[in-house]
Design a protein around this ligand. Structure first.
Ligand code: ZN
Length: 332
């Protein structure tokens, strides 16, 4: 009988304490020890900050580590638990999914105690970390192969009060974009589990896999804005300029109309950039089939007037691959 997931330290101790979240060993690998930092200043909001759910998204773990440097001094109340890397095997392999079992951690929540390693991580996070918090910042980025703005995302939530609270929290980050994303795969997401428990869960996504100083600065400022909005630190929230755009915009994106997929196999050439407004019928990109002498290139057009939320970088794509995400202003 293997041990149960647990923390190696008392996270309720006042001040900063640290230790590990132990994910028990299973048939496929040894036990994992995830570094966990607890910043406890007593009464107040209870926040969980996680990064590294996907191993090829390095911005979240970097920003989480930066927070540990200045937050203990800046924090005025409440408790913040920071876990820079949720999925160490995926991080080491620089892969989105866990290389050991091929699973996407953000699709297997709440996990299984006797499952494969990704399911055991999800089980440990669900049972040990999630109950410590009312609000969760899960730091993601879009990963290689995409141009994506700095955006705080959430998904449609059935409970209107929680939806409104979540949008308010997401907008408080003041990132260039806040996106309500109707996502096809919400079951098994960390978001969904937390929201089903009535918690506020926001998911900043950053950029397209190039870890750059400017984007990291905006990401960190966004998280700091979120901490100010929660009342965990004092200060004035900052609105950092991104692509000449000073204020944030809230958009929603729907599966049926706003996700564009490749109609053929070939090289996708982007013809617009993130945050561009495109009119109905406007050119998003061109698909160049490469396997036929006669095949004409295919224009990828905007189905309606929209703003480009994300676009695939120039790359070889298969039929049906996701190539662009569009959105429209959120009416709220
Ligand atoms: Zn991610």
């Amino acid at each position: 009988m293997s041990e149960a997931p647990h923390l190696t330290f008392d996270f309720e101790k006042p001040g900063m304490s640290k230790g590990h979240l132990v994910v028990p060993k299973g048939a496929d690998c040894e036990a994992l020890s995830l570094p966990v930092f607890s910043l406890n200043k007593g009464e107040g909001p209870r926040l969980l900050i996680t990064g590294g759910c996907h191993g090829n998204e390095l911005e979240g773990p970097i920003v989480a580590r930066r927070l540990i440097e200045w937050l203990p001094e800046a924090q005025t109340c409440g408790r913040i638990i920071i876990v820079p890397v949720l999925n160490p095997p995926a991080l080491k392999a620089f892969t989105r999914n866990t290389p050991i079992d091929g699973l996407n951690l953000n699709r297997v929540f709440p996990g299984r105690a006797n499952g494969s390693v990704t399911e055991r991580i999800a089980d440990a996070v669900s049972r040990i970390l999630l109950p410590t918090a009312d609000t969760i910042f899960d730091l993601h980025s879009y990963g290689p192969g995409w141009e994506f703005p700095l955006v705080n995302t959430t998904h449609p939530i059935a409970d209107p009060d929680l939806m409104a609270k979540t949008i308010r929290m997401a907008e408080a980050f003041k990132l260039p974009m806040t996106l309500i994303w109707e996502h096809p795969e919400t079951p098994g997401m960390f978001d969904t589990l937390a929201q089903n428990q009535g918690k506020v869960f926001v998911c900043p996504e950053l950029g397209g896999g190039e870890v750059g100083a400017e984007a990291l600065a905006i990401y960190e400022a966004g998280v700091r804005n979120g901490l100010i909005a929660l009342g965990l630190i004092e200060g004035k929230s900052a609105n950092l300029t991104f692509r000449h755009q000073k204020s944030t915009q809230a958009l929603e994106t729907r599966r049926s109309s706003d996700e564009l997929y490749s109609p053929a196999r070939g090289i996708f050439e982007p013809r617009c950039s993130i945050l561009d407004e495109v009119k109905q019928g406007g050119l998003i990109g061109i698909l160049h089939p490469m396997e036929s002498l006669s095949a004409l290139s295919i224009d990828i057009l905007a189905p309606g007037t929209s703003i480009v939320c994300g676009i695939r970088s120039g790359s070889y794509v298969e039929v049906g691959e996701f190539i662009a995400l569009l959105g429209r202003p959120l009416n709220h």
